[in-house]
Design a binder for this molecule. Structure first.
Ligand SMILES: Cc1cc2nc3c(=O)[nH]c(=O)nc-3n(C[C@H](O)[C@H](O)[C@H](O)COP(=O)(O)OP(=O)(O)OC[C@H]3O[C@@H](n4cnc5c(N)ncnc54)[C@H](O)[C@@H]3O)c2cc1C
Length: 522
């Protein structure tokens, strides 16, 4: 009699000694088959965005019956506005260009830049599958710019050029993904339901997630049943409630992400016992003008002649740094949130380097009281409520550096002119929120886990619901949100499919990840 794959796996596990511990689990997994198969659909994916779309495509290709729901009236989530940079080593495109790189180098770069606070297991999964993800995107028709892969200037550079982008930013990814999704909707493999806001996860008496609850605007509640649920609802950058609760310091930042990012999946997962992690981490990007549109143009595109001072009146960073990470960390480390961009009349005439601003915006800013103007530093300090003696000393010290040609405090490169040409100006600068770093703790199968690291059966999570820190640690890394959302979205779909189909080996692994790891190590 020929052995099937399952039998072969049993033999292999028996040889390692794992089978004896797994036997009871396999038995219980098999017993639960009929219960698991009761669902109305195999896999319910909440969120038809960056992670949810590829997850749905992958699940459908495996043969799953997929229900994809989104609260928006449109699909694509953040891909509608995102920069769409993705990163990965060893793609066909990178190999063709003869660039020396590897997933191991990508991993090491990401860990180092993230100050080793990344989730090393998930990061490995993402970087090792990144090339396959990028190649797949190319196969479905995603176009990349001729420069791709390149070094991206908006984030600290990796050690090799490994960032890719489309000519239309994330929309270059969105259009082919939409087309692939549509093909599977047309064949009935995927059912798409828009304008559907999921409000609650449903559990059965065994604590397995068996579906979700939908609350309509009129308050009517309906249930959608599924054998497995994937949370792909994105981050919480637009949730005042969550930011006030976990990250009050940055809560007043400008929200750049779309309003759907209210952390619904994170809240729902916590309600069924999932552990949240990294909720204290949040990166707000420095540079937005407070109270008006426009943001600072950073080096290397613009080397400002002005200085940045914190609310105490001190400089705090090299304003011209080529490493955005240095700028972001210095910004977030200040006692009070936000800073002032101080410049003099000469800089006003030559252009202060604010994107979207010319003389008209400055004039408008002055008349609206956003841009403050004064003939002396003392008066300017009073207008912005900064200690005048300190601000005067800061400017005097900066002027000394200009005269000496060396900035011994922050090693600023370009010291063209002293700040001495009255009137002096000040523009308040705040942070911008694009992504959130905290989210749901998962195991390597992308199953949500509780406080004891025990998997919550039937519940998977991907994309920004995991929080960007799992990939990026305490930094923001080029292309490490959009790319991993696709990669892990597809992997989660595989695991969810096997779970939904009661694959006993996956079920055993789901239930006993820690035990299997310990056994394998012993
Ligand atoms: C301006 C901008 C530029 C960026 N640039 C980059 C970049 O270049 N590279 C990079 O890696 N990252 C970038 N990011 C971050 C990245 O785009 C996002 O982190 C990522 O796209 C999020 O993907 P997601 O699938 O997790 O969430 P989303 O794409 O936001 O999808 C979540 C979906 O879930 C739906 N949803 C939410 N709650 C519910 C609910 N209760 N019921 C039903 N549906 C729900 C939403 O409507 C949405 O469609 C950028 C972000 C912004 C805002």
């Amino acid at each position: 009699m020929a052995l099937n794959r399952r039998d072969l796996m049993k033999v292999a596990l028996a040889e390692t000694g794992i089978i004896s511990t797994l036997n009871p689990l396999l038995a219980s997994a098999n017993k639960s088959t009929s219960k698991l198969m009761d669902g109305a659909t195999d896999i319910l994916i909440i969120g038809a965005g960056n992670a949810g779309m590829p997850a749905a495509i992958q699940a459908a290709d495996l043969g799953a019956r997929v229900l994809l729901v989104d609260k928006n009236p449109f699909i694509g989530g953040m891909l509608n506005i995102s920069g769409g940079h993705i990163s990965g080593a060893n793609s066909k495109l990178q190999i063709a260009k003869g660039i020396e790189d590897s997933p191991a180098l990508h991993y090491r770069d990401a860990m180092r830049m993230g100050r080793y606070e990344n989730n090393s297991e998930l990061l490995k999964l993402a970087v090792e599958h990144a090339a396959a993800m990028i190649d797949w995107l190319a196969e479905i028709g995603v176009e990349f710019t001729p420069e791709s892969p390149f070094f991206e200037n908006d984030h600290e550079h990796y050690s090799a050029p490994r960032t890719y982008m489309g000519p239309e930013y994330a929309r270059s990814l969105l259009h082919p993904l939409k087309a692939e999704l549509q093909k599977r909707i047309d064949t009935g493999q995927i059912k798409l339901q828009l304008n559907t806001s999921i409000t609650k996860l449903l559990k059965n008496h065994e604590n397995r997630i068996i579906g979700v609850e939908v609350r309509s605007k009129s308050g009517k509640i309906t249930e959608l049943k599924a054998n497995a649920v994937i949370l792909a609802t994105g981050g919480y950058g637009a949730s005042d409630a969550l930011k006030t609760k976990y990250n009050p310091k940055i809560a007043k930042s400008k929200v750049i992400c779309l309003p759907h990012a209210t952390g619904d999946g994170i809240v729902m997962a916590e309600q069924v016992g999932a552990r949240l992690i990294n909720m204290d981490k949040f990166i707000s990007f420095p540079g937005a003008v407070e109270g008006a549109s426009g943001r600072l143009q950073h080096a290397p595109d613009h080397l400002t002649d002005g200085i940045w001072v914190n609310k105490q009146g001190d400089r705090f960073v090299n304003e011209q740094t080529l490493n955005p990470d240095q700028r972001e960390r210095a910004f977030l480390n200040q006692k009070d949130f936000g800073f002032y961009y101080i410049f003099d009349h000469q800089t006003r005439k030559t252009g202060p380097g604010i994107i979207g601003w010319d003389e008209k915006q400055i004039q408008d800013g002055i008349s609206r009281g956003i841009v403050k103007q004064a003939n002396t530093v003392n008066v300017l300090a009073r207008k912005i409520n900064v200690d005048a003696t300190r601000l005067t000393a800061t400017i005097a010290r900066f002027n000394q550096f200009v005269n000496a040609g060396v900035d011994t405090d922050y090693r600023r490169q370009k010291l063209t002119r002293t700040l001495s040409n009255q009137p002096f100006y000040s523009i308040p600068i705040t942070g911008s929120i694009l992504i959130s770093h905290g989210g749901i703790a998962v195991n390597h199968l992308l199953q949500a886990v509780d406080a004891n690291d025990t998997a919550i059966q039937g519940l998977f999570a991907v994309g920004e619901t995991l929080g960007s820190a799992q990939m990026m640690g305490t930094a923001v890394l080029s292309g490490m949100s959009v790319g991993p959302a696709i990669t892990l979205g597809r992997l989660a779909a595989r695991n969810a499919f096997r779970y939904a189909r009661s694959d006993p080996f996956l079920l055993a692994e789901c239930e006993n990840v820690k035990h299997m790891e310990n056994k394998a190590l012993s």
